[in-house]
Design a protein around this ligand. Structure first.
Ligand code: ZN
Length: 284
């Protein structure tokens, strides 16, 4: 990912999406806001226990990066479900109930997913000019929320999945994401035949320090590979999927991590927004 800074707000962007015309797609970090303590400093999460006024200021700063008004920011309530909501122009600024993924083909409607270990999955269709963003923790991942989001873009906007450019944002990595029996069972069912790609032994994971012994009730879940598989099943082409491979738990200096910070932390944001069509259109 590309590291950027604007007016003190530090964020990261996918190389593939940053190269697209008429699109903003970024992931904020914890730097550039006014929150203090556990929430220092750019906490965008309103249900974290942080001061409301600080969160309001932080959201305005994040919106400023894409030259959006803070009132434009459009959210899902995020319940670790798999509902995808379609956002029309008149829904700009709403919070969609029980929604973990948002799609739109309207310009200047910034879609936001808040995370602190879960992955934000970015989707952009440059042909039909539509975007989507999904919140994928383990529950959303095994429920194939990224695939559901691609299907919704196809059904509502005519998107061909093979045109879609996808980004899998920073999340807790296979290095740090130890899971127990509930997740192991769910992932085994959801990724039948490929489970060895998504559930790894701790000592097989890419980094960090682990117990040496193999415990059948403890594995590490690879959210990145799992969501790549879900996107491939949706028809997204492998070369059009960019995975950030930034682990939030390893990098609490940059991101918030619910697990590494024992729940006392803020939320960073994945934000995607289409621009107004340019005068010289790019119809193919
Ligand atoms: Zn890690």
């Amino acid at each position: 990912m590309i590291e950027k800074e604007q007016d003190g707000v530090r964020y990261v962007a996918f190389e593939s999406l940053a190269a697209q015309q008429g699109l903003d797609a970024l992931v904020t970090t914890r730097h550039g806001g006014v929150s203090t303590g556990h929430f220092a400093t750019l906490n965008l999460g309103g249900r974290t226990g942080d001061e409301r006024e600080a969160v309001r200021t932080n959201r305005a700063r994040a919106a400023g990066v894409i030259h959006a008004a803070p009132t434009w920011l459009t959210f899902g309530q995020q319940v670790h479900g798999a509902r995808v909501s379609v956002v029309a122009n008149e829904n700009r600024g709403d919070v969609f109930e029980e929604t973990d993924a948002l799609v739109t083909n309207a310009a200047l409607v910034p879609l936001v997913i808040l995370t602190a270990d879960c992955a934000a999955i970015f989707l952009f269709d440059p042909v039909q000019r539509a975007v989507g963003i999904a919140h994928a923790g383990w529950r959303g991942t095994v429920a194939r929320i990224a695939q559901r989001t691609v299907v919704t873009m196809r059904d509502r906007f005519g998107s061909n999945p093979s045109d879609v450019i996808a980004g899998i944002g920073p999340s807790i990595g296979p290095c740090c994401y130890e899971v127990g029996r509930e997740v192991i069972d769910a992932a085994t069912e959801a990724f039948e035949g490929r489970v060895e790609e998504v559930l790894v032994e701790p000592d097989m994971a890419s980094a960090g320090s682990f117990r040496a012994s193999v415990n059948e009730d403890k594995k590490h879940f690879d959210l990145w590979r799992a969501n790549e598989l879900v996107l491939l099943d949706a028809g997204v082409r492998e070369e059009r999927i960019e995975t950030s491979r930034l682990c939030t738990a390893c990098r609490t200096d940059v991101f918030y991590s619910h697990r590494a910070e024992h729940g006392n932390t803020g939320r960073f944001g994945g934000i995607v927004m289409l621009h107004e069509p340019v005068l010289e259109s790019h119809h193919r």
